[in-house]
Design a protein around this ligand. Structure first.
Ligand SMILES: CCCC/C=C\CC(=O)SCCNC(=O)CCNC(=O)[C@H](O)C(C)(C)COP(=O)(O)OP(=O)(O)OC[C@H]1O[C@@H](n2cnc3c(N)ncnc32)[C@H](O)[C@@H]1OP(=O)(O)O
Length: 303
């Protein structure tokens, strides 16, 4: 499906990678994003760690952007490059997306990217958010989210874009599209992805109220597929991956495409308008005020 989509869309990150894999002699391959001229990371510390086991064809993509894996432009760029590299690697059939940080899968979009930024920068940021979703939701690989921490808003979207979600059964963690609680509106493709997962009525209530669900409640509504103890999230993801990989790739990929193409096409054919909408919405004075208050609330929680 990703190949099909690549033909019909201009992917911001397409063609920036070469097929470089480094074998370390144990059947595992460490894949670090092969940065091109489009690399924009200022820091040298990688925000994404990829470990591909060539004997199983399964990669673990660990998000390690401290403190909370918020989805900044730099993070999203690195994430998309890593995923595209795996997508192009014929030996990789499945990817497990997880966090290497304690307590948090992803805190969602980096609020600092939406507060006090120029319209140009906001547009660039939103394009990267779209790209992340297109790449995960449209991946030819089997994608499993190993949700080993809280996963609000954009973090929930990333998990929703996967084929299967396994969450740590920890009462401190929550997941959901809580945008309205911040005074902002989840765009149509967030909403569509939620509807495709939990159904229209549940999505309507969840989105309007900006609900964050505990792990058991997320399981109840089908927002996640399985709960396991914290220390078993990755093992459970590996076990589940084996079931998905037992299905012949072409049959599974075509079926996935049938299920998701309409939703993907809707964004592809409205990409520019969606960016324009985002920029004009997020730069409004009232929205900037809401974001500032939310940031202050986040920082103030420590005091
Ligand atoms: C049209 C617009 C559409 C937009 C679509 C999607 C919007 C989004 O995704 S908006 C982001 C929504 N995210 C949230 O509401 C989550 C906010 N964060 C939290 O609830 C908690 O931080 C979390 C449960 C993830 C983790 O809790 P803790 O482990 O207790 O960490 P802290 O709260 O102490 O946070 C540490 C540090 O990180 C900063 N932080 C947290 N989240 C974000 C974020 N999303 N963006 C930027 N920065 C974030 C937080 O302020 C702390 O900073 P310092 O005080 O400087 O240490």
């Amino acid at each position: 499906m990703a190949n099909t989509l690549r033909k019909s869309a201009k992917f911001a990150f397409s063609g920036v990678l070469s097929r470089v894999s480094i074998h370390n002699g144990h059947g595992r391959v460490s894949v670090s994003p092969c940065f091109s001229l489009q690399q924009r990371n200022n820091s040298t510390k990688a925000k994404v760690k990829v470990d591909l086991d060539s004997s199983t064809g399964v990669a673990v993509l660990g998000m390690e952007s401290s403190p909370v894996n918020s989805l900044s432009l730099d993070f999203l760029t690195e994430f998309c490059i890593s995923l595209e590299k795996l997508e192009m690697d014929k030996s990789c059939r499945g990817v497990i997306i997880t966090s290497t940080l304690p307590k948090v899968f992803s805190a969602g979009l980096d609020i600092m990217e939406m507060y006090g930024k120029s319209p140009e920068r906001c547009g660039e940021f939103w394009k990267a958010v779209q790209e992340m979703w297109l790449k995960v939701y449209g991946s030819d690989m089997v994608t499993i989210a190993a949700i080993n921490g809280s996963s609000p808003a954009g973090g929930c979207l990333m998990a929703l874009a996967c084929d299967y979600r396994i969450m740590a059964d920890n009462p401190r963690y929550s997941i959901g599209l809580n945008e309205t609680q911040l005074g902002i509106v989840a765009p149509f493709w967030f909403k569509d992805t939620m509807i495709n997962t939990v159904g229209n009525r549940t999505a309507e209530v969840a989105l309007q109220l900006g609900l964050l669900y505990s792990a058991p409640d997320a399981l109840k509504i089908g927002l996640v597929d399985q709960l396991v103890p914290q220390d078993q999230v990755l093992t459970a993801a590996q076990e589940n991956m084996a079931k998905w990989l037992a299905i012949p790739d072409p049959a599974r990929q075509i079926t996935k495409s049938m299920m998701r193409k309409q939703t993907i096409d809707r964004l592809l054919s409205n990409r520019e308008a969606d960016i324009t909408n985002f920029v004009s919405f997020i730069t409004k004075e009232s929205i900037q005020r809401s974001l500032r208050m939310y940031l202050e609330m986040l920082k103030g929680r420590k005091a």
